[in-house]
Design a protein around this ligand. Structure first.
Ligand SMILES: Nc1nc2c(ncn2[C@@H]2O[C@H](COP(=O)(O)OP(=O)(O)OP(=O)(O)O)[C@@H](O)[C@H]2O)c(=O)[nH]1
Length: 244
């Protein structure tokens, strides 16, 4: 691969190099070609005869390379080099082109998979946003109903207890009317947080309406569930709402 100043060896066999300057890169010349570059004897070619890899170790003599493109740009080459001069047959060139096409496809697949990962993460975020209540961060009405329906189907199969807590803030409208809408929002957030603290981590809590909450509780006896309900109501944040 080649950038403005360097040539980077991403994969190599028979030599051990990490990078060179671009000015010393044989492949920099290949980038100026349309498709491939063949040089049976580097010493005889004025483009390469004073190249440090030709005049010094490893004293390269023969070179062939094919362009690697990405999104329409020449980004590097797949190349072979030899320390003895040698001709390249049409079969050699075809093999080099095939290998390059293969490498290019692999590059493309990597890019696709990056793009797919990005898309998946965007979808994930969009899906989460579509299932979440923006004010409280709880499951929204559609999501909590979906969770309940799935739990109900599981319960039918496994014959495990399933309970629902429906929690409604009485006279909530008064908060909005007397303290304003944003105070009402604060109350909803406090109540959501209080209920969240009172239930188990495996229970699902959603906002099923303006001032209504739904908790889906699986694998818990109805008596225990009633206990959870009382804890929700008695939980510490509620006294702060005593002025309701
Ligand atoms: N601040 C705020 N208010 C909301 C939101 N969503 C719904 N409301 C308000 O919640 C109030 C609900 O009113 P009601 O259904 O009469 O409920 P209530 O006053 O608690 O009456 P009861 O349930 O019968 O005790 C309405 O005034 C809605 O405008 C919200 O996201 N934020």
């Amino acid at each position: 691969m080649i950038d403005e100043q360097h040539q980077w060896f991403k994969s190599m066999d028979g030599a051990d190099l990490l990078s060179t300057t671009r000015s010393a890169a044989l492949c920099a010349h290949a980038l100026l070609e349309d498709s491939y570059l063949i040089c049976p004897d580097l010493q005889q070619d004025p483009r390469f005869s004073d190249n440090p890899f030709v005049t010094g170790p490893p004293y390269l003599r023969a070179y062939a390379s094919c362009l690697l493109k990405s999104r329409g740009h020449n980004i590097g080459t797949l190349c072979i080099a030899d320390t003895t001069p040698r001709p390249f047959s049409q079969a050699d060139v075809t093999a080099l082109r095939d290998l390059t096409a293969w490498a290019q496809t692999e590059l493309l697949l990597t890019q696709l998979s990056d793009a797919q990962m990005r898309l998946m993460s965007e979808l994930d975020q969009a899906q989460r946003a579509a299932q979440t209540d923006a004010l409280t961060g709880l499951w929204n009405q559609g999501a909590i109903q979906d969770i309940y329906q799935r739990a109900f189907q599981r319960r039918s199969r496994r014959r495990m207890p399933l309970s629902l807590l429906m929690i409604d803030i009485d006279h909530f409208k008064r908060v909005n009317d007397t303290r304003g809408h944003s105070a009402g929002d604060d109350v909803l957030q406090q109540v959501a947080a209080s209920i969240g603290q009172a239930i188990r981590s495996q229970d699902a809590l959603g906002r099923s309406g303006g001032e209504e909450f739904l908790v889906v509780i699986e694998d818990c006896s109805h008596q225990q569930c009633a206990g959870h309900g009382h804890t929700c109501i008695a939980t510490s944040a509620w006294p702060a709402l005593g002025w309701l």
